[in-house]
Design a protein around this ligand. Structure first.
Ligand code: CMC
Length: 384
């Protein structure tokens, strides 16, 4: 029997699962860095694809490197008609995260050669996944409405093209830039549940499409990426500022979590929530106010008043939905958009995991019985 080397920690809280040079959080001092660069700097000065390059290859691209990377992605945005046909058969009532997980996994059927020690293979997989995931999200959305998917437009940058494919019209440039910044803010976040899932899957040396599909499935849960959708449903349920206090009291009395608040690592307001709130305000200034923004601000005040001493503050999911809603994006696409961004971080972790890979094989603390007898079926009692 092997020896356990530390006490059991539910949720692996504070247990390091890898050594990583990709991102860093100081949850007391509001610091989030990608490859050592503050998220605020990247949000102001970078683009999503440049940030993805930085995360995945560990350094900023030169002008030529960035041009080539963007160009490669541009030329791989289309999805095979057989993948599109497969997606057409998905039930239109199915959740877009399930559609995305299935479609991402299906890429492995079409690009099945696995050569994890070949840098060209790694690069092609990175390009393909970053290029095709937005197209798959948009295609499923249009097909579930009974429309044909819109082909990617080669004249448009990454975020603009995604909004164009999704909404079937040319987006406002400010909205497209804001979406690009949202993608930067969601691109990476140290060892969270979906990233851990990606690394565990990567550690078996399976293909990168399986790695991304497993991470998408993990992100979908309401305690993780799925919270952004839940936040909007909650704001709709609250409906008006006057109902906020009663809603918070009800949640606390029922020990029900308030969506978009709290975090394992952040002990202050998540810096991404601060940036997203600012983006929401910029968007509302141009395109008109959103009544739910007032509800959200009142909710933040009420929760901070009651739970501030537990260090429960808005997380990244709290304001993102309001931004997407203003862009005309339905709430069940908020988490797929999170996934589009986080593919960059997952791929960075996939690549890092492969460098000195050892398969994840933790241990457990067995709490079951031993030497139990086999009970014949006629003697078994119904147990609830
Ligand atoms: N509303 C009310 N109370 C909360 C909340 C919340 N949103 N979050 C944490 N608490 C309380 C919790 O009840 C517990 O109190 P006590 O110690 O008295 O029992 C204490 O704070 C610690 O909470 P926890 O659930 O043990 O903390 P955790 O680190 O295991 O969970 C979390 C972190 C994010 C899952 C949790 O805060 C939560 O469920 N939040 C709501 C869902 C959400 O917004 N998720 C998005 C997270 S950020 C983006 C992402 O990861 O994708």
């Amino acid at each position: 029997m092997g020896t356990t080397i530390c006490e059991y920690q539910p949720g692996l809280a504070n247990v390091p699962a890898a050594e990583s040079g990709i991102s860093f959080i100081d949850g007391d001092n509001s610091i989030l860095e990608y490859r050592g660069i503050a998220i605020e700097e990247l949000a102001k000065k970078s683009t999503f694809l440049e940030t993805a390059y930085l995360l995945i290859w560990g350094h900023f691209p030169t002008k030529d490197e960035l041009d080539t990377f963007e160009n490669d992605i541009l030329h791989h945005r289309r999805i095979k008609y057989r993948i599109r046909d497969m997606m057409k058969c998905f039930p239109e009532s199915g959740h877009p995260m399930d559609a995305l997980q299935t479609s991402a996994a299906a890429l492995g059927l079409f690009y099945s050669r696995r050569a994890l020690d070949n840098p060209e293979y790694i690069r092609a997989a990175v390009v393909r996944l970053l290029a095709k995931i937005p197209t798959m999200v948009a295609a499923f959305h249009l097909m579930r409405k009974g429309n044909d998917p819109i082909q990617p437009n080669d004249d448009l940058d990454y975020a603009t093209n995604f909004l164009y494919m999704l909404t079937e019209r040319m987006p406002d440039p400010l909205a497209a830039r804001i979406l690009d910044v949202c993608l930067i803010l969601h691109a990476e976040h140290t060892m969270n549940a979906s990233t851990f899932s990606a690394r565990v899957t990567a550690s078996t040396l399976t293909d990168p499409y399986a790695v991304i599909a497993s991470a998408v499935g993990t992100l979908a849960g309401p305690l993780h990426g799925g919270a952004n959708e839940e936040v909007l449903l909650m704001l709709e349920e609250i409906g008006s500022v006057k109902n906020v206090a009663a809603y918070v009291d009800k949640c606390l009395a029922n020990k029900q979590k308030i969506m978009g608040f709290g975090h394992r690592v952040w002990r202050v307001k998540d810096p991404r929530a601060i940036l997203l709130q600012d983006l929401a305000k910029q968007l509302f200034e141009k395109t008109g106010h959103d009544e739910y923004y007032d509800v959200a601000v009142a909710l933040e005040e009420a929760v901070t008043e009651r739970l501030g001493e537990k260090k429960i503050y808005p997380n990244v999911d709290f304001y993102s939905g309001l931004v997407y809603r203003k862009m005309g994006i339905p709430s069940d696409l908020f988490t797929p958009i999170f996934a589009i961004a986080r593919v960059a971080g997952w791929l960075a972790h996939w690549k890092e995991q492969l460098v000195e890979n050892r398969i994840f094989r933790p241990t457990q603390i067995y709490t079951g019985n031993h030497n139990s007898p086999y009970i014949p079926i006629e003697e078994r009692e119904f147990t609830k």
